[in-house]
Design a protein around this ligand. Structure first.
Ligand code: SAM
Ligand code: SF4
Ligand code: F3S
Length: 444
């Protein structure tokens, strides 16, 4: 059978990246082979994100671009997957007939059937929340991802309903995969060469699965992964302060492989705003977690997500957020102006002045970026452990990450890929560290 070419463009969070890989694992059984050439595909998948801004319009814009690329060629099967597909469902096919298949995140197990049906020329839309069947299907298909640093979804969906957020509507209710299935998939990834596994979930630390009357939490997964001798590093994202339980905090003293870097979104440093956002935690809860973790290991660093200009944010609320950033010195964070999402509670609230929100964002980002630069600068002239991920395209250099997930670029040969090596940092900028392989030092 002649192979057919598949191009996947992925937007949004790490879970979308994981999903794109799993969709590929599935459709490869129909003879599709991934291509990097977006203008020469038989099937073109857009895996979309709906979290902010004009997500829907961006997708139609992308499709306009694809149309142009294929103007003089056979049209690819056009699939829109991900969170915009879920939110917009069959409306998309009505508005843009170029789209052949609309596929919501909990219907990915149906992708092969939909593609087969499409061959007989039907427009398709699947946006049911059928999470159990989805994972049941994918548990039967090997995960072929062969990256040094691999993603592994353990939990999906959200029951928290922060008033600004579209995720509970696009990913559905919280669901935790069976412990044993996650461990089997981790084994596959490790066999394929993974040295680092990042456990994924929209609320990854809400993971809870009962098997043989025993409740398994994310701490159990971390402790089990720790035992794989080939695995060097464990991470997880995105966590919620409310689910930062004692057993997970204890992992930071018991585990040698859990990285000392905690991405823990707070959104605002004002209790009033946290309440208005329906976050279910306050600033003191967050500070307690911070202090407990720092007590266990003072090298632990934090990063966070911030929403600036949420409806009702006063100058005082903004200053509270600024003060928190001064206190915690997050080394790496995401900050955005509030974007009203259709269907969410906050979408009907009165927005604050746009220019004021922009000014506040600039001030916050200046502080956050300075923290990031200072952290990187503090590592200059020191020797850091780097997990080498790949050789860089177009440059004869290696790319890896330090324990705080910062990119490190240095000279070295391909034999180092997949190893943790020592790199002497020579200089840095806000995002990246540059150094030399420390040949005297044995790889850790
Ligand atoms: N579950 C995670 C948590 O509760 O912290 C966050 C997951 S969400 C996919 C990632 C981030 O997107 C959020 O932490 C928030 O900062 C941002 N976000 C979500 N909705 C937003 C909106 N309407 N406007 C601006 N940023 C938003
Ligand atoms: Fe969205 Fe809040 Fe759920 Fe995070 S906890 S995914 S921000 S609703
Ligand atoms: Fe975006 Fe959906 Fe992830 S909205 S951030 S792709 S869960």
């Amino acid at each position: 059978m002649k192979s057919k070419k598949l191009f996947i463009k992925t937007f949004g969070c790490q879970m979308n990246e994981y999903d794109s890989n799993r969709i590929y694992d599935s459709v490869s059984k129909l003879g599709f082979v991934k291509t990097n050439n977006q203008s020469n595909a038989d099937c073109y998948i857009l895996n979309t994100c709906h979290i902010r801004d004009k997500a829907k319009e961006k997708v139609y814009h992308e499709i306009g671009r694809v149309k142009k690329l294929y103007r003089d060629k056979k049209k690819p099967i056009m699939v829109v997957a991900g969170c915009v597909a879920q939110a917009e469902n069959e409306e998309m096919v009505k508005r843009e007939p170029y789209i052949d298949i609309v596929l919501g995140p909990q219907s990915y197990h149906k992708v092969n059937d939909l593609l087969k049906k499409h061959m007989v020329n039907l427009k398709q839309e699947e946006t049911e929340f059928d999470t159990i069947s989805k994972f049941g299907y994918f548990d039967q298909i090997k995960n072929n991802d062969n990256k040094v640093s691999a993603f592994l979804t353990i939990q999906e969906g959200c029951d928290k309903f922060c008033h600004f957020c579209v995720v509970p509507y696009t990913r559905g209710p919280e669901y935790s995969r069976p412990f044993s299935k996650i461990i089997s998939e981790a084994e596959q990834l490790i066999e394929n060469g993974a040295k680092e596994i990042t456990l994924l979930g929209q609320n990854v630390n809400a993971y809870s699965h009962t098997e043989d009357s025993k409740e398994f939490r994310i701490s159990n997964l971390i402790n089990r992964l720790e035992k794989f001798s080939e695995l060097e590093r464990i991470r997880y994202t995105t966590s919620h302060p409310k689910d930062m339980t004692d057993d997970l905090i204890d992992c930071y003293s018991s585990s040698h492989k859990l990285m000392p870097f905690v991405h823990l979104p707070i959104q605002s440093g004002s209790n009033k705003m946290l309440e208005l956002m329906n976050r279910k935690h306050n600033v003191d809860d967050y500070l307690r977690i911070y202090e407990r973790l720092k007590k266990i290991n003072k090298e632990i660093e934090f990063s966070s997500d911030f929403i600036i200009g949420y409806p009702g944010e006063s100058q005082k609320d903004f200053e509270d957020t600024f003060d928190l950033i001064k206190k915690i010195r997050f080394i790496n964070s995401f900050s955005f102006i509030f974007s009203p999402r259709p269907g969410t509670k906050a979408s009907t609230l009165e927005m604050i002045d746009k220019n004021l929100a922009k000014e506040r964002l600039t001030l916050i980002q200046e502080e956050l970026f300075n923290n990031q630069k200072d952290k990187n600068k503090s590592l200059e002239n020191s020797i850091v452990d780097v997990l080498v991920e790949n050789k860089m395209e177009k440059q004869n250099k290696l790319f890896g990450r330090n324990k705080y997930i910062s990119p490190v670029i240095f000279d070295g040969d391909e034999s180092h890929i997949g190893k943790v090596v020592k790199v002497k940092i020579q200089n840095s900028n806000q995002n990246t560290l540059f150094g030399l392989l420390d040949k005297k030092m044995k790889a850790a």
